[in-house]
Design a protein around this ligand. Structure first.
Ligand SMILES: Nc1ncnc2c1ncn2[C@@H]1O[C@H](COP(=O)(O)OP(=O)(O)OP(=O)(O)O)[C@@H](O)[C@H]1O
Length: 261
């Protein structure tokens, strides 16, 4: 069953001088229930624009977005709020989602209170449970963002996002701001949570090796277009020269590493 499907999604950014930038060109991407779908491409290819449109942060210029077969291309305020119960996004920098003056506790209980899902006491208990799920003790509830490491902050962001039991989550370069050793831990956490909770993931990254390791299907983007779709087990059989180049560059790095060791 398809959770998300885009049909000929286009985005044109314009400036005051009348210049147009076609950031997305007829993008057709889908994700079925329980899948981990990768969107991979170099900087500026349109990955974040795509994610922001799905998150209703940016408006598309044309095309359609279907969520559980319902057209969500033009949602009003109330509909968007409802959508955010089923959709959550985790951004590259956890500090972007945190106010520096907000303790972890308030950040964690906010969704439960905003959506009137439970009272404050239960929301606090639920927040502690969620923190435990991402490997953080309840002591973190009383901390400010400045007292947490980048990896810990990203765990808190993930804990809050899964608290709403979303059907679809987008992770937009969610580990690129972290140390390599922490990146692996966060990726493992996301995979474990996905297996346990069964939600669908769109994983946005410039890192093809990472995507290859965790995704069921990868969409390769270049200059706003999907140029290749690679299925699991088939990732090295890319057809587009751009993807072949990406893969060749990985092999070259692997060979250099082999030579060096
Ligand atoms: N608000 C905006 N106004 C004008 N142009 C924009 C805007 N946002 C993005 N762009 C342009 O659209 C293109 C796609 O940008 P986007 O951020 O989606 O790419 P990306 O693949 O996510 O890149 P990165 O990995 O560097 O974040 C780029 O050329 C960018 O400069």
């Amino acid at each position: 069953m398809k959770i998300l499907e885009t049909k000929d999604l286009c985005k044109i950014y314009g400036d005051d001088a009348g210049n147009e930038l076609h950031a997305l060109k007829n993008v057709n991407i889908h994700a079925s229930k329980g899948e981990i779908v990768g969107i991979v491409g170099e900087s500026g290819c349109g990955k974040s624009t795509f994610a922001n449109i799905i998150a209703c942060i940016t408006k598309s210029t044309s095309g359609k977005i279907l969520f559980n077969n319902e057209d969500i291309t033009h949602l009003n305020y109330k509909e968007r709020r409802d959508y955010y119960k089923s959709f959550q996004m985790v951004f590259q920098s956890p500090l972007d989602t945190f106010s520096p003056k907000m303790k972890v506790e308030r950040y964690m209980i906010e969704p439960s209170l905003n959506f009137k899902l439970m009272d404050k006491k239960s929301a606090k208990e639920y927040a502690k449970e969620l923190l435990a799920t991402v490997g953080l003790s309840e002591g973190y509830m009383k901390k400010y963002p400045s007292e947490l490491s980048g990896g810990e902050l990203q765990r808190v962001v993930i804990a809050r996002a899964i608290g709403l039991k979303p059907e679809l989550m987008i992770f937009d370069e969610c580990t690129s701001a972290l140390d390599v050793s922490i990146q692996q831990k966060i990726i493992n956490l996301i995979i474990e949570l996905q297996k346990e909770k069964g939600f669908t993931i769109m994983f946005i990254t410039h890192n093809l090796v990472l995507a290859e390791n965790i995704c069921d299907r990868i969409y390769v983007m270049k200059s706003g277009e999907v140029v290749d779709v690679l299925n699991k087990g088939d990732f090295r059989n890319a057809s587009h020269p751009y993807t072949k180049n990406l893969i060749d560059s990985i092999f070259t790095i692997e060979k250099l590493k082999e030579k060096a060791s």
